[in-house]
Structure formats: C-alpha cells, structure tokens
Design a protein around this ligand. Sequence first.
Ligand SMILES: COc1cc(-c2ccc3ncc(-c4cccc([C@@H](O)NCCN(C)C)c4)n3n2)ccc1O
Length: 280
Amino acid sequence: MKQFKSEPIEMDYIIAEEIGSGQFATVRRCIERSSGKEFAAKFVRKKRIIGSRRGLLLEDIEREVNILKKLNHDNIVKLFNVYDNGNEVILILELVKGGELFDYLAGKEGLEETQAIAFIKQILLGLDHMHSKNIVHLDLKPENIMLLDKETQRLKLIDFGLSRVVNTGSDIREILGTPEFVAPEIINYEPITLATDLWSVGVITYNLLSGASPFLGDTKQETFANITAVDYFFDSTHFSDLAQHFISNLLVKDGRKRLTVDQCLQHDWIKQNDSYLLSE
Ligand SMILES: COc1cc(-c2ccc3ncc(-c4cccc([C@@H](O)NCCN(C)C)c4)n3n2)ccc1O
C-alpha cells in the first residue's frame, strides 16, 4: 500500500535554505503554500543499490516514520507529512529554531544546576512518552536535542533514525549510536532495552553540569573501555551530592539496576526544582 505522497513536494511547499545535514540526510526550512507556516523538511537519500554506502534502505526510513507517527509530545518533534520523489523520502517536521543543545553548551564550562535540571526534566518527559510506547531512542546526545527557540528554554528530541520498538519478542543487539553516549550493552552486543536510553541521560547530565564527557578517551577503543569499566569520576566543583546520586544511579552497568524514567522524575535532584519550572 502506498505510504508516502508521490506528488512533487514543491506543489505544497516552498523549499528554502539548508539548515542542517547528516550522513544520509539534509534538513531544509520550508514554507507551506496554503498556510504560510514554516516547517523543517528532512530529505533522506534512498539506497539505490544493495551494498551501496550511499543512502538508507527504505525499510530503515519507514521505521523512523512509523515511530514518529506514534509520538505526540511537547518535547518531541512532530511529523506532519511524508513525500517520496523517487530518489529521496522527505519528512515534513515541526521546525525547531533554537539550535542544538550541543551548540548551546559550546564554550560553557557547564550550566547552572537549576538550568541543567530544567533541561534534563524535559528530556525525561519526552522519554517518558516514548518509553510508555516501548520506543527507545538509542541516539540521545546534545546534537539530537534542540531548543525550540533562543528565548524559551524548551527542548525537543529529534533524529529518530536509530529508534526501535523494544519488547517485540526479538532481541535488538545492533551496534548503534555515538561512542561517548552509548551504554555498555551496546558495546557488548547484549540485548537493548528502555534502560539503554537512561545510560545516555546519565552521560548528558554529567555533560550539562561540567561541560565534560565522563568516558571520552583519545580513541574510540579507549572510550569503549572506559564505558564497559564504568570508569569515570566526579570533581566536587561541578556536582552537588544530589546530582552525583542521580548520575551514579544511571551510569550502572546492569540496565536492570538503572533508574527508570519514572524513578528519575521522582528523584530529589529533579524534584528540588519543580517550582522553578512552574514559574516559566
Ligand atoms: C537530522 O535528523 C532529523 C532531524 C529532525 C529535525 C526536525 C526539526 C528540525 N528543525 C530544525 C532542525 C535541524 C536544524 C539544524 C540541524 C539539524 C540536523 O541536521 N542536525 C541534527 C544533529 N544530528 C545530525 C546529529 C536539524 N530539525 N531537525 C527530525 C528528525 C530527524 O531524524
């Protein structure tokens, strides 16, 4: 059954400047002709020949589309439409104008604790929605967390290209994600679960508070060795006792012993700041 629109996207949208790019995709700003509203158009190149390095298999593109279709939450970017022009599949997405959290952190030696808590709570709320549907992101990192705009401190999770539905009876044991942020089970080719995202939340929290990356080594192999040994440390200047307790209960090798999203949202480090969020 035809899943994507085959009429030319230009009939419905004005395609504007490129705003981002990745290995197999380009993201451009676009304007809907009927409403004048702005969107992000993610152009994903389709693999033309099996074994070719260029482009993605249609089934992999369809996986991200089907996952995005299941999601509807303020902290997750929304999907509105999908086109197929033969060479590319084009996802029409909610435009996020505030830039990547990665760039927001650049040049800072970490954030104030209240700011970090407000960001981590939003990431957890988006994850809570995903995990309630057994969807795991598998590529959580500051580059895939974007600010809605420069003024508000509202975040959106993007890039569901590696996301999976777990507990479908079949084990997922693929090597995915970005070395600094991947959990030990990914490196050890062990079953992936919802807890795999919570390890990444621990790494991101460490990153937001200190500006540093807990396991980063000089090589990918060194980084992987640090992760599987859970070899990291806290310097006292950037981490309160509560923050250390929160992070150390996420950076746990056995995923079954890591905090769940619900437990994170109930943790005193997150809850100490609830009033701050309500004042927004
Ligand atoms: C790049 O893949 C996705 C991007 C988006 C998305 C949605 C709305 C939106 N508004 C602005 C942007 C945007 C702006 C600049 C760069 C990028 C993206 O290319 N960089 C994301 C980082 N990733 C490639 C590591 C994306 N996006 N990107 C959603 C799902 C994706 O799989």
